[in-house]
Ligand binder design. Structure first.
Ligand code: SAH
Length: 250
């Protein structure tokens, strides 16, 4: 199935760049390439730089005008090497990718426009765009090679679309179990002589935060308590002194 995202190149003057764009697209799973008044796109240089993505070059569609190339698209975003003044709403590649992913999910077609190597996109061409996307770069040298710009944006599209890594099904333990573990931890730290007995609060608060961050489940709490038991088995201090100390401090 053809992807719903079209990469549109406007008046590209180096055939090698067109090939490199095809490669960048294919790497990221895009396959809809539209060429508006570009140099011949099946030249030796283009095919060489496409390096195995020449199927995209063969399937590329050629247009005489930008309007025709994007006529069926509901969202048009222009890639610009320069930060423009307020006239066009601006996105960074990640924001752009999120917007595109949402449009795609809604079954809409999106075009991403890339301009000429020397002069970029004209104002009239930018007027067709709902948004501009700018890749943040060195302000004194912000213009990327055309195919590199396509690569960065296509990569973000892919990242935005890839299914979120499913969270492992884990059920954090109820608070009482967590508190039981913390009590046990205090006991064990006392037993092994790790606590500064006069001022344990700071350390305990840190440990509490650390273990809260881990969102321990019941099984993990059991493991940790098993470890505490084992440590205590080796080092258990006299029960009575400990009880007294615990009553005093906690
Ligand atoms: N000299 C031109 C830049 C041309 S680079 C200018 O100043 O506009 C060719 C195309 O690559 C640009 O039209 C744009 O579509 C894309 N491009 C290059 N650098 C980019 C950047 N930092 N952010 C977004 N697109 C960029």
């Amino acid at each position: 199935m053809q992807s719903r995202v079209r990469i549109v190149l406007v008046e590209t003057s180096h055939a090698g760049n067109i090939g490199a764009v095809a490669r960048a697209m294919k790497n990221m799973g895009l396959d809809d390439l539209a060429l508006v008044r570009c140099v011949p796109h099946l030249s030796g240089q283009a095919v060489a730089r496409a390096s195995g993505a020449d199927d995209l070059l063969h399937r590329a569609r050629l247009f005489d005008s930008l309007e025709e190339a994007v006529a069926d698209c509901q969202l048009v975003i222009g890639a610009s090497a320069r930060l423009r003044r307020v006239r066009w709403p601006q996105l960074d590649p990640r924001q752009c990718a999120r917007k595109v992913a949402a449009e795609e999910a809604a079954g809409r077609k999106v075009a991403l426009l890339f301009g000429r190597e020397r002069t970029g996109l004209s104002n009239a061409e930018l007027d067709l765009c709902h948004y501009l996307v700018h890749i943040p770069a060195n302000p004194e040298y912000s213009s990327l090679n055309l195919a590199m710009a396509v690569q960065v944006i296509a990569y973000e599209l892919r990242m935005a679309k890839s299914a979120p890594v499913p969270e492992e099904e884990r059920e954090p333990a109820p608070l009482a179990a967590f508190e039981g573990f913390m009590d046990h931890l205090v006991e064990a730290l006392y037993d092994i002589g790790y606590l500064d007995e006069r001022n344990p609060e700071k350390l305990l608060r840190r440990l509490r935060r650390l273990f809260h961050r881990a969102e321990l489940d019941a099984h993990e709490i059991n493991i940790l308590r098993g470890i505490l038991n084992a440590a205590q088995g080796k080092k258990r201090r006299s029960g009575e002194g400990r009880e007294q100390w615990m009553r005093k401090t906690i």
